[in-house]
Design a protein around this ligand. Structure first.
Ligand code: HPA
Length: 279
């Protein structure tokens, strides 16, 4: 484990040096775009794009709806790095591999993480297309990305997660959403499961009873690393489908992608407004 951890640190540092050379500036805000939500990148200006496969040690994205490109540029007047396409535990990656790009970008000097995903709704009052500002999470992915040797220069051994999702950023997201007239806006708890199989009705009932409002297969590993790295975090889950354990409907990836397409306009407007108003 110790040797593996040191190899990982060396790879991170190599990629940091590579990106320092390649990128024209330092990103202040890291944005991770979830399934079907990649088009925010179209609003960027003066962008430089790198395919993941051209960046040393970056994993490769294997999933439909995830482009596999790192974009650096300006959005609403801020320097942002957009991870267009992410990695998931269900693809076979370890949670350390999943969070490799984020660790690298945090070491380049970013201060904020805006992370998004497509999720299944567990709160029966949600409608498809609801944008849920994440207040807190449950981690059911059976591997913590910080397991192993801790590098103190990256963060503390036991990071505190009492306020993983920045309260001021949550409020900013709500006021931006209200001003933009986005009515399907909610706040809630996100639970990350390993996937790739979707939940049974019994599991859905269980997750709801555990206190979760939306369920998905991502985000939490990144948030844990972002807290460790001292980033201020905003998480937004786009609720693609709502799962009622007493009237359970099949959950189909094509339906999720179609719903993400519909919600993408509101999602992009919201994120752009938040980025513009981040201090
Ligand atoms: N469950 C898990 N992940 C998801 C879902 C769901 O219902 N919808 C979109 N991502």
């Amino acid at each position: 484990m110790a040797a593996g951890s040191r190899v990982y640190r060396d790879q991170v540092n190599e990629t940091v040096s590579f990106l320092r050379e390649k990128l024209p500036g330092v990103p202040d805000i890291i944005i991770i775009l979830g399934t079907g939500l990649g088009s925010l990148a179209d609003s960027m200006e003066n962008g430089v794009g790198l395919d993941y496969e051209d960046i040393p040690h970056f994993p490769r994205s294997t999933v439909t709806g995830h482009a596999g490109r790192l974009l650096f540029g300006e959005l609403a007047g801020k320097q942002v790095a957009v991870l267009q396409g992410r990695f998931h535990y269900y693809e076979g990656y370890s949670t350390r591999q999943i969070t490799f790009p984020l660790r690298v970008l945090s070491l380049l000097g970013a201060r904020f993480l805006l992370v998004s995903n497509a999720a299944g709704g567990l709160d029966p009052s949600y409608l498809p297309g609801t944008l849920m500002v994440i207040e807190d999470h449950l981690n059911f992915i059976p591997e913590n990305p910080l397991r192993g040797v801790n590098f103190e220069e990256w963060g503390p051994r036991f990071p505190d997660l009492s306020q993983a999702y920045d309260p001021d950023l949550q409020e900013l997201a709500h006021s931006c959403g209200n001003e933009l007239g986005i009515d399907r806006l909610a706040r809630g708890v996100y639970v990350a499961i390993a996937g790739p199989s979707l939940e049974t009705p019994a599991e859905t009932r269980y997750l709801r009873n555990c206190g979760a409002d939306a369920v998905g297969m991502s985000t939490v590993p990144e948030v844990i690393v972002a807290v460790h790295a001292g980033l201020r975090i905003l998480g937004i889950a786009m609720v693609a489908n709502v799962n009622d354990p007493d009237n359970f409907q099949p959950i189909l990836i094509d339906d999720i992608l179609a719903e993400a397409k519909k919600a993408e306009g509101d999602f992009c407007r919201l994120l752009k407004e938040v980025v513009g108003r981040i201090k």
